[in-house]
Every structure is written in structure tokens, then in C-alpha cells.
Design a protein around this ligand. Structure first.
Ligand SMILES: Cc1ncc(COP(=O)(O)O)c(C=O)c1O
Length: 492
């Protein structure tokens, strides 16, 4: 800890560090207090009698140690030991790292999480919504938002984003639709949107936030897929800049941290009760957070703030533009570009190949070309241009697409009549929580039409709901239920 303080003092003397609202902000610096604290921990052997029981890798299967490396096992620890700080309450190097993240993202408070953005959404619902509260939610939200509604007992008031029918995906959420919803439901107490969509379509969050302010209703933005935006002028404006009260970032998705690590930011102007949010996180979060994951969040923030990180983001953008241009010229390939002037995150590339469904294209790429893409749905596939990708890798994909369009790959008959991206409008009969805790039975899928669903049916990715507890099951849902032989429904 004392090494960290000295390092910060040195930076301050060298004018590299400034304090905004009492929070340290290291301009373009790769200073990462948790990375430093962990390096010290690694270099300071001690005789340990605490968890984790493998004791710096001494008690594990040899082949596993070889697989992940003794260095990783050596620093696999949690937040109770060795002066590394604690997460709840946040102290020591963990606290310093969170403060640097808050400054880098422009938040009042940033929480590091080791349970993904799922935990952030659950905790926000738990802290800020209660039984029968009316919450306006974009229907393209991730299933964790809905799980939050089951926990809290709030009633979602659905707003349907535009549908891009040719691509079978959701588009932007119209601020006008939100206005209508708030005008017709003056008792709505919170607005919760997902932005960008999984496929990179961006809503006008500034306008949405303006509507929320006009109606005096706070705004949560699940920006799980947009954590790079704050670090580039070319990418869309981040929700924290656009006036949202709370913003969720899956740093592990595109920000370079390790899988399961995420951040929850509370904005400077938000009136959300920080203590309430922290209490909810404390109740839902593991009490043994992995220091490896927390450190990777500190490292990701420092990297994205650095000139090296910025150049990686520029590469991701340039590679995406390079690929978009070339892929669009391949006959039979169509790339989703801006539709009706709506904004886009160019690093998320949704494309389709004539004559092939997205799922079929995905399997051809995987089986015949050893190429793994982010996801596939009915019409197309999603390719991410990441900070870790190279132009050479995009050339491999371009070559594969050329070969595929020149071959006569048939689509597969078994995919007929099966759908993946649920664009259906829900028929709500009762609240998710009420249905979830009602008496239920499991019945054959074929007998489920006309019954009230009692389970969350939202396949990942992208985790958007087909059906939720309390919604009427109709014929429209059947094509989305190919993986199910039985459905949980309310007892008649
Ligand atoms: C929009 C959105 N929010 C939240 C989540 C949950 O994130 P995590 O996997 O980090 O728990 C996801 C996951 O795909 C997502 O797409």
C-alpha cells in the first residue's frame, strides 16, 4: 500500500496526476495500483494458512498448473489477505483502482464486479425498484434485467425498439415512443434501456435522457457492449456523457479485462443513493472476489487510457472499416451499415450471405475455415473487430467469405421453421415475480399455447426474452422454442 501511495505522490509531483472531485485522474497513464499491489504480492513469498487452499499452486493437478501457469496460480487470491484491499467496503489498492476507473469513465463512483454485468443489473433492480413499481424497459434488454424484476417485484412497462425486419434484429429505441409511454404512465419511476444493441445499433441516448429529465425519471443504460466509447472520439458518445444516472459496462466483453469482470458506474449528477446500490451489490456479490479479475479491470482501464490502448482502439475501428468496405464488395455478401441515418458502433459488424441463414453461415465458417465469430442469428452473423484483432485476421475472414459465396453451400433443412431472435411483442397477464412464485406445472410445448408462461425463456446470446413469467404463450412463440420439449406454465 505504501508503495502505491509513494507512486501516486511521484506522479503528482510530476504533474501527471490531477484531482477532480477528490478523485485522482492520471492523464494517459498506465499507472495501475492493483497491478502494482499484485506484483508486490507475487514477489513477497509468505507462509500462508488461508484460502484458496491450493496455496499459490502447490495443491493442484500438475497438468492444470502447466495449463494455466504457476504465475497465475501464485496470484490467485481474494480480497481478505496481504493488504491488497477489500471490495465491500472498498479499501486499499482496490479502492484506488476503482477511483481511477471512475475518473477515467467520468463517473461519480465506479464499482468493480466479478459476477459480470449480470450482477450490476441485478443489484440496480434490487436497490432501485420495489414491488409493483412501474419501470419502462426496452424489450431488447438482457435477461439479467428481467431476473432483477423477479427479485424486486417491479412491473416492466415494455417499450418495443424499432425492428430491422430485413435483418431480423432490433434497431434503435425511439425517444418519441418513450415520451408516449411516460405521458400515458405518469407513475413510471425509472427508465432502463440497452445501448448499443448486440449488433451495434445505437439509440439517441442524449434525446432519451432529455425525455427522462423532462419527466423527472432517472435513466439506467445497460451499455455492456459499449465500454470502449469513452476512449475514442470516433465511437458513439457514452451514456455517462449523455446524462444517464447509472451505466453498466462489461469490460470483459470488449474492454480487454478477464471474463466475468465488469464495472457499474453511477454518474456525477445522479441522485441514486450510493449506499443503497452498494448494499445491494454486497448482498448479491460473492464474498470471495477473485483478485485476478479485479486486477484485470484495473489493467484494462489503464490500458484503454494509455496511448497504446488508444492506438489499439483505432486499429479496431480501422480494421472494421477496412473489412466493411471489402466485404460489401463481395457479391452475395451484405453488411449492415447505418440505416436511416441511425448511429452505429462500426466495430460490431453484422452481415449476411445470400441463400444462407446466419446459423448455417456460422457453422460453415467454424467447420470448414476454423473461424469463430461472436454470434449468429436468423439472417446474419455478428463479427467483432476487437482491440486484440489484426488486419491479417480480417483478410482470413474475407477470403473465407469469398470462397463461401463462390461455392454452392446449401442451407440446412432442419433450420426451417426455427427462429432465434425474438422480435415478438409480449402479451402481459401478470408481473414476472407474481408468475414466478405461483403454482406451476411442466407441460408439453405443443400444449402450451394459450397458457401463461412461468419461466424466463431467453437464450444467450443475446439473452433477449422470448417469453417471461406472466406472459401469454401464443403460436407466434413456437418457432423460437425448438430447444424445448416442455415449458413451465402456471397451473390453471
Ligand atoms: C446487454 C447485456 N447486458 C448484460 C449482459 C450480462 O453480462 P455478463 O455476461 O457480463 O454478466 C449481457 C451479456 O451478454 C448483455 O448482452
Amino acid at each position: 500500500m505504501c508503495i502505491i501511495i509513494m507512486k501516486m505522490k511521484n506522479l503528482k509531483q510530476n504533474n501527471l496526476i490531477s484531482f477532480k472531485n477528490d478523485m485522482p485522474f492520471v492523464q494517459g497513464s498506465t499507472f495501475a495500483p492493483l497491478v502494482e499491489a499484485m506484483s508486490n504480492y507475487k514477489e513477497s513469498p509468505c507462509t500462508g494458512f488461508h484460502i484458496p487452499g491450493h496455496n499459490r499452486g502447490q495443491g493442484v493437478l500438475g497438468s492444470f498448473a502447466t495449463l494455466i501457469g504457476l504465475d497465475a496460480l501464485n496470484i490467485d487470491t481474494t480480497d481478505e489477505f496481504d493488504n491488497l484491499g477489500t471490495l465491500f467496503p472498498s479499501t486499499g489498492a482496490i479502492d484506488e483502482a476503482q477511483k481511477l476507473a471512475a475518473a477515467a469513465f467520468g463517473a461519480k463512483r465506479t464499482f468493480f464486479l466479478t459476477g459480470g454485468s449480470t450482477i450490476a443489473n441485478l443489484a440496480l433492480a434490487f436497490a432501485l425498484t420495489g414491488p409493483n413499481d412501474k419501470i419502462a424497459i426496452g424489450r431488447n434488454c438482457h435477461r439479467s434485467v428481467l431476473s432483477g424484476m423477479i427479485i424486486s417485484g417491479a412491473n416492466p412497462q415494455w417499450i418495443m425498439p424499432k425492428k430491422l425486419n430485413d435483418w431480423a434484429i432490433y434497431g434503435a429505441l425511439d425517444p418519441f415512443e418513450l415520451r408516449k409511454k411516460l405521458e400515458n404512465n405518469p407513475d413510471i419511476s425509472l427508465v432502463w434501456i440497452t445501448n448499443p444493441t448486440y449488433e451495434g445499433v445505437v439509440s439517441d441516448v442524449e434525446a432519451i435522457s432529455g425525455v427522462c429529465h423532462e419527466f423527472n425519471v432517472p435513466l439506467i443504460v445497460d451499455e455492456a457492449h459499449g465500454c470502449l466509447w469513452n476512449f475514442s472520439d470516433v465511437l458513439p458518445k457514452s451514456a455517462l456523457e449523455c446524462g444517464a444516472d447509472a451505466v453498466v459496462h462489461s469490460l470483459h466483453k470488449t474492454g480487454g479485462s478477464m471474463t466475468q469482470s465488469s464495472m457499474l458506474h453511477i454518474s456525477k449528477n445522479s441522485s441514486f443513493d450510493l449506499k443503497k446500490v452498494e448494499h445491494a451489490l454486497k448482498l448479491l456479490h460473492t464474498t470471495s472476489p477473485s483478485l485476478l479479475l479485479l486486477t484485470s479491470l484495473d489493467a484494462a482501464r489503464a490500458y484503454l487510457s494509455s496511448s497504446e490502448g488508444k492506438s489499439s482502439i483505432n486499429n479496431a475501428i480501422n480494421n472494421a472499416l477496412y473489412f466493411r468496405e471489402r466485404a460489401s464488395k463481395i457479391q452475395g455478401v451484405r453488411v449492415l451499415n447505418s440505416i436511416n441515418g441511425c448511429a452505429f458502433d462500426v466495430t460490431k459488424i453484422f452481415l449476411k450471405v445470400d441463400g444462407l441463414s446466419g446459423k448455417r453461415l456460422e457453422s460453415i465458417l467454424e467447420l470448414d475455415f476454423s473461424i469463430e465469430i461472436e454470434s449468429a442469428s436468423d439472417e446474419g452473423i455478428l463479427v467483432l473487430s476487437n482491440i486484440g484483432n489484426t488486419q491479417d485476421e480480417f483478410n482470413i475472414l474475407l477470403n473465407a467469405l469469398e470462397k463461401i459465396t463462390q461455392s454452392n453451400y446449401p442451407d440446412l433443412a432442419y433450420l426451417e421453421g426455427i427462429k432465434f431472435m425474438p422480435l415478438t411483442a409480449p402479451k402481459v397477464v401478470m408481473s414476472p415475480r407474481e408468475a414466478y412464485f405461483s403454482l406451476k406445472e411442466r407441460i408439453k410445448k405443443e400444449d402450451a399455447v394459450g397458457r401463461i408462461c412461468a419461466e424466463v425463456i431467453a437464450l444467450c446470446p443475446p439473452g433477449i426474452s422470448v417469453l417471461l413469467p406472466g406472459e401469454l404463450i401464443t403460436n407466434e412463440h413456437m418457432p423460437y422454442l425448438s430447444d424445448f420439449s416442455e415449458i413451465e406454465v402456471l397451473l390453471k
